[in-house]
Design a protein around this ligand. Structure first.
Ligand code: SAM
Length: 222
């Protein structure tokens, strides 16, 4: 892993503080654990060296394979919606850069993360191991199928847009569990939060979003 001088680390810390103040708190995120995690996780390590100066900007950035690291605010909204207290087992579909994975690892007991592209998964794994996270299981494959062997989960986060919420995700969610997932096509998507009660999913729409597509058996076709 690349080494940074103390002065560089300070610059990134200040950028993180500004990001949390102006992009996240200012837009209504209140969960203090989410705010703390976003102050702590060094987002600049999850983007390519050439894009490091933009790592704390108010936008997504490319990470290779035509995919993106999500905008910080969207990471915060999705994480807050999961209502994590610290003892949850969480499924993440779409590891991407691994940044959201790190935030989840800070806030829960164990994270199970699935990524379609092995190259992205390997890169994320390296960064997350380098940062010392020991509560993450990684899998390369089609996350639209969930991860039956280690289900059920207290929370599921999907960071790519699905045409609709796959029933398999609901099946793999515990009673009282939360799911947050973008639903829609490439032109129009909304972030949906669902809570499972009495075997049924009760949903609410959070806000319009723009994600890459969930490509797989229960997502979009290639
Ligand atoms: N949360 C990530 C981050 O902070 O870097 C951003 C993830 S990016 C917006 C969406 C990811 O979902 C991409 O890396 C993409 O390859 C992955 N993806 C798309 N379809 C998938 C599938 N069926 N199973 C697993 N991953 C998938």
């Amino acid at each position: 892993m690349q080494h940074f001088s103390e002065a560089e680390k300070d610059l990134y810390r200040v950028a993180r503080e500004k990001m949390v103040e102006t992009q996240i708190k200012a837009r209504g995120i209140k969960d203090s654990r989410v705010l703390q995690a976003m102050l702590k996780v060094p987002r600049h390590l999850f983007v390519d060296e050439a894009l490091r100066d933009q790592a704390y900007g108010d936008f997504p950035l490319p990470i290779g394979e035509g995919q993106t690291i999500s905008q910080p605010y969207i990471v915060a909204v999705m994480t807050e919606a999961l209502e994590l207290k610290g003892n949850e087992r969480v499924l993440e579909v779409g590891t991407g850069s691994g940044y959201q994975t790190a935030i989840l690892a800070e806030l829960s007991l164990w994270v199970y993360t699935i990524e379609k592209y092995p190259s992205l998964l390997e890169r994320a794994k390296k960064i997350l191991f380098g940062l010392g996270y020991k509560n993450i299981s990684f899998k390369s494959g089609d996350g639209s199928l969930g991860w039956k062997e280690v289900s059920p989960f207290d929370a599921i986060i999907v960071t790519a847009a699905a045409p609709k919420i796959p029933q398999l995700f609901i099946d793999q969610l515990l009673e009282g569990g939360r799911i947050v997932i973008p639903v829609g096509d490439e032109y129009s998507q909304v972030l949906v939060k669902g809570v499972k009660r009495g075997g049924k999913l009760y949903t609410q729409t959070l806000e319009p979003v723009r994600f890459v597509k969930l490509v797989g058996a229960y997502g979009f076709k290639e």
